[in-house]
Design a protein around this ligand. Structure first.
Ligand code: HSE
Length: 429
């Protein structure tokens, strides 16, 4: 019986989880594959306990001829890209959890896989344990996808949930996420929305069968969300979540990542802490929602091992790579709708001097740019502070053109009565 031989490159938290699952569920996995899986090598910069199979240089794994699957778990762009490409060229299949490299090098990776008749599986790159790649790519293959909307980052969802539940600031929420092991030592990619944008790019590239590049996604993180915003949103019946959204319309595909007000009656409002959720709207299926743990050792390793199993089954049956998993077509161009042409409803927080005429100046400019106001709220400051600190004025808009709104805000922010850049978040209706 052919044994399926694998090598892990990058032995961090997820890599250790993969080894745990392979050991704990060995019999079941062997049954599902129809063959045993043998871990031949683990490559990491630092020595590991499993000395007999340790190697320091990934080049030594690429050179080996007995490896069927390379499991790339180092993350980032390089050397991950080189490892994936060189492994494919030397006859190996790939399982990766690396959203950054897949989003950035989509065409190159899948074209190379096709040329060398090998497979690249990447379930763990989006949504941790949630089988959303398979769900979208296979389970919903019959559909024209109209919209994808997701809470795709566990770290930021943890921070926003803590801000909302405990009334703490963004900084305190981040410190808590670090303390409990959810945030990376450098959480910039999570907090600034890049991680969510990578995942949205991957889902969109699959859904619309063409490479969606990161620079097509209007991306904003959560570091500008204040305790005040969380409280004001609550007053209006919303919670703030970091949302990645892609929707196909007559004028192209609109893509955005940013803090968003979600109605407290929406299913996403109850997706808290490290959990992720993805809602996909297909023309035939209607709304389909996925929910589960988006990060953490075993949830991510669950997706990696599932990929290993499905790849291994195909290797055993000698079908691996006969059909590509993702068909990359570099000539296919998806029409992207520029942010200025998109429309939506918005939450605006102005920091204004509390003096007569402020509201009329702000609303006058909004009116001039055809931005219609749905609600206005101003909290009376303590009388002693009235002239000293800027007063937050909250305005919720009716559906409006994004480009017009930005023009109006640029003009408003130049007024001497406005003391800080106006905060703008989308409202999901
Ligand atoms: N940093 C990611 C998150 C890990 O917080 O969701 C999973 O991709």
């Amino acid at each position: 019986m052919k044994k399926i031989k694998i090598a892990i490159v990058g032995y961090g938290n997820v890599g250790k989880g993969v080894v745990k699952i392979l050991e704990n569920n060995k019999t079941q996995i062997e049954h599902r594959v129809g063959s045993p899986i043998e871990l031949m090598a683990i490559c990491d910069l630092f020595p590991i306990a499993e000395k007999a199979i340790y190697c320091k240089r990934y080049q030594d794994i690429i050179k080996r001829e007995d490896i069927d699957i390379v499991v790339e778990l180092i993350g980032g762009y390089e050397p991950a890209r080189t490892i994936i490409l060189e492994s494919l060229k030397s006859g190996k299949n790939i399982v990766t959890a690396n959203k950054a490299v897949i989003a950035k090098h989509w065409d190159e990776i899948f074209s190379t896989a096709r040329r060398y008749k090998k497979l690249v599986y990447f379930e763990a790159s989006v949504g941790g344990a949630i089988p959303v790649i398979q769900g979208l790519h296979e389970g919903l293959a019959a559909n024209k996808v109209e919209k994808i909307m997701g809470i795709l980052n566990g770290t930021t969802n943890y921070i926003l949930s803590a801000m909302s539940k405990e009334g703490i600031s963004f900084k305190e929420g981040l410190a808590k996420a670090k303390k409990f092991g959810f945030a990376e030592a450098d959480p910039t990619l999570d907090v600034e929305g890049i991680d969510t944008a990578n995942k949205l790019a991957i889902l969109s590239s699959l859904a619309w069968s063409g490479w969606i590049k990161m620079d097509s996604i209007d991306t904003k993180g959560i570091s500008s969300v204040t305790k005040d915003d969380v409280n004001f949103a609550k007053k209006f019946g919303y919670v703030i979540k970091l949302i990645g959204e892609a929707s196909m319309g007559k004028n192209g595909l609109a893509l955005s990542v940013g803090p968003c007000l979600i109605s407290s009656t929406h299913a996403f409002a109850n997706v808290n802490m490290e959990y992720n959720a993805v809602l996909i709207h297909g023309d035939a299926s209607g709304d389909v929602m996925f929910y589960g743990k988006g990060s953490g050792q075993l949830p991510a390793a669950s997706a990696v091992v599932s990929d290993i199993i499905f790849l291994a089954r195909q290797i055993v049956n000698e079908t691996a790579g006969k059909l590509p998993y993702v068909v990359a077509d570099p000539s296919k161009k998806i029409k992207i709708m520029p942010k200025e042409k998109s429309s939506g409803t918005f939450y605006l927080r102005f920091s204004a001097k509390d003096i007569p005429g402020v509201l009329s100046k702000v609303s006058g400019i909004l009116g001039r740019y055809n931005v219609s106001i749905a609600s206005v709220y101003q909290e009376e400051p303590l009388s002693g502070l009235r002239k000293k600190v800027p007063t937050p004025i909250i305005i919720l808009t009716h559906p409006t053109n994004h480009g017009n709104l930005d023009k109006a805000l640029r003009m408003i922010d130049k007024l001497p009565i406005i003391k800080a850049k106006t905060v703008k978040f989308r409202i999901e209706n």
